[in-house]
Design a protein around this ligand. Sequence first.
Ligand code: UD1
Length: 417
Amino acid sequence: MKKLEVFGAAKLKGQIRISGSKNASLPILAATLLSNKKISLANLPRVKDIETMILLLKSLGSIIEDNKKELIIKNTKQAKTFAAYSLVKTMRAGILVLGPLLAKFGKAKVSLPGGCAIGTRPVDIHLQALSKLGVKYKIIQGYVHANAPKGLIGANIKFPKVSVGATENLIIAACLAKGKTTLSNCAIEPEIKDLVNFLINMGCNIKWTAKRTVRIEGVNNLKELDYSVMPDRIEAGTYLIAAALTEGNLKITGIDPKIISTEINILKKVGSKITLRKNEILIQGSKKIKNINIKTSPYPGFPTDLQAQMMVLLCKANKRSHIKEEIFENRFMHVAELNRMGAKISINGNQASIEGNIKFEAAELMATDLRASVSLILAALAAKGKSVINRIYHLDRGYEDIEKKLKKVGAKIKRIN
Ligand code: UD1
């Protein structure tokens, strides 16, 4: 099993360039299934989830050429509509092929997804919304068997809850549906805006008509397209927190600070000195970290994908802090491991109470989900001595070149195969 050795305590110093966004790339890759025209995608992060999505697209008949800078994708009219469990099990975003397959071929058989073990993570909202576009489905032995006998037909749909994946699946599906679709109570994460931008450039007819409402008119023809995916705001937030935690001094490049203003304001409140430039963020971590209470919520709120990392930082605050997790019901799996490193975090329902003034101790650790894995690296960077982090495959699903990037700014980190 692969593991990481991390030697602390390190003060990170230097420059980190942010990679392309995993969570924008995945729906964009799924959306390429809509088209038979050539699509070139640049700035995809080379991480395991993207590799898995590429394999999934290939299994669905996409012809994909990778020249390392760009991925060139071509589809044919050939209807391959089966997304196997072996490909979808490790990655929840596998369900995102359901919408485009139904839109293009009127049928699909897609495995129910896996992904991080951070809650039950059903896909009921995706399925109920698709049924409003005329889809009939059954779940048989872990697979969604879906078809749209008359093709997809535009409808007005109000999501019962804000869901990133369901919003993406439905926007993609509606692009080829007959007539107009209005989706309300949509997620408005920057990754969704990037997906919409990609789709519009491909010839789809989409318009935001209110903050969480989007109107889509089905089209028949799509265009060839070269597109570059947006930068990864969660990766940027992770490195900003790393600097705040280690009293470091980092320049984060390749990202528009506007898309992470909530995170930046919180880091300022806890004491970091931050300077914003066009596509650059300079951060100087302070010796004294102030406590704060935060809750995760859909964008533009504080992202659940930075909750674990933030919790590590708050262990070093001057007083007790609280974090309320409002998106996933089981996203505190890092807590037990952080407590083994000397943290004093207690959980009550969806609320974590985090004692401050902690000195992390190095330990042998087990990574659980993607963001929990990176939170253990952060804690290990702040601890004196050698920590060993086991089961890092989750980390490889989502962080491009993490060891290389951290080493470049002074971390001592080594992968053991
Ligand atoms: C996406 C992100 C993930 C992030 C999450 C929330 C990708 C590939 N993943 O995941 O990194 O943590 O948004 O920002 O972009 N839910 C249902 N029924 C459904 C769908 C969702 O009950 O059909 C629930 C989920 O269990 C969760 C909440 O809704 O409690 C939000 O989930 P959702 O926004 O759909 O997250 P994902 O798209 O899975």
